[in-house]
Write a protein that binds this ligand. Structure first.
Ligand code: HEM
Ligand code: HEM
Length: 214
């Protein structure tokens, strides 16, 4: 067994900032703090845009090319994993990679529909002026439905993560905090980690985009 650095700090900060902002979006709407709800939503837009850029330019384990595999390979992996036969992975496992893609798509729809929503009390999302009131009302309804889908996926995500930690004794949570993980085999090619300055530049571009949308 070898302990390796597998996650760069940008990906770890992205993950925990995502969690904080989703909780903030939920809390603010529950308490009818619509302006703060919008801010949490725009922070999430920035995070999503950052992660998309990082999935192309970032460190190896954060790239789409590293964790998106053919759906059948993901199903085969899932089958092996449930029978406790799969090895500890460097980065997302083939099934987890698809889970990440689905979660990001639903979250993308959540913020997109939010931008087109209104609360019938004078507040409307930044893009809602570009559509009719009827279409904005439809997106408000879709925004509510998609939150239910997101919450279901988050529960599934947590069940999967705790399955790894408790049953497979593979502490993914610790790795998402420290960046380090114990694996059976080190990768043949050493992992590439992108420079922090590149992460800062990508973060700046993503932040500017989400601010411009406001
Ligand atoms: C720019 C982003 C966003 C904008 C502008 C926005 C705007 C809105 C608006 C106008 C409503 C309707 C309020 C009402 O029913 O009176 C709403 C509802 C809601 N939003 Fe967002 N939202 C955004 C992002 C998000 C995100 C990221 C989440 C969750 C992750 C979220 C979760 C919710 C929920 C759960 C409701 C339904 C509350 C209810 O009626 O029960 N929103 N949002
Ligand atoms: C709002 C709730 C959450 C959302 C939307 C969410 C979303 C995500 C996403 C998108 C990733 C992929 C990260 C990336 O590649 O950039 C991920 C990975 C991960 N998340 Fe979460 N997460 C949530 C809550 C949590 C919580 C509460 C925990 C810990 C208890 C957790 C543990 C993990 C772990 C360990 C990974 C890495 C999995 C692996 O090694 O493949 N997540 N999560």
């Amino acid at each position: 067994m070898k302990t390796l650095k597998i996650w760069d700090s940008a990906t770890r900060i992205f993950h925990w900032a995502l969690v904080i902002n989703i909780v903030a979006a939920w809390y603010t709407i529950e308490n009818r703090l619509i302006e703060l709800h919008e801010i949490a939503g725009h922070c999430l837009i920035g995070l999503l845009v950052f992660r998309l850029i990082w999935a192309i330019l970032g460190s190896r384990t954060s790239r789409f090319t590293h964790f998106v595999v053919q759906p059948f390979a993901a199903l085969r992996y899932l089958n092996k994993s449930i029978r406790l036969q799969a090895h500890h992975q460097v980065g997302h496992n083939p099934a987890g990679g698809w889970m990440v893609i689905v979660m990001m798509c639903v979250l993308g729809f959540q913020v997109f529909s939010g931008l087109l929503s209104n609360d019938d009390l004078g507040f409307s999302g930044a893009l809602s002026d570009h559509v009719s009131k009827a279409l904005s009302d439809t997106f408000t309804q879709l925004h509510r439905y998609s939150f239910n889908a997101l919450v279901t996926l988050i529960w599934l995500h947590l069940v999967a993560v705790f399955f790894y930690v408790l049953i497979k004794k593979d502490n993914l949570i610790k790795a998402m905090f420290t960046g380090k993980k114990t694996v059976e085999q080190a990768p043949v090619k050493p992992l590439y980690f992108a420079p922090t300055s590149l992460a800062l530049l990508c973060g700046l571009i993503a932040g500017a985009f989400s601010y411009w949308l406001f």
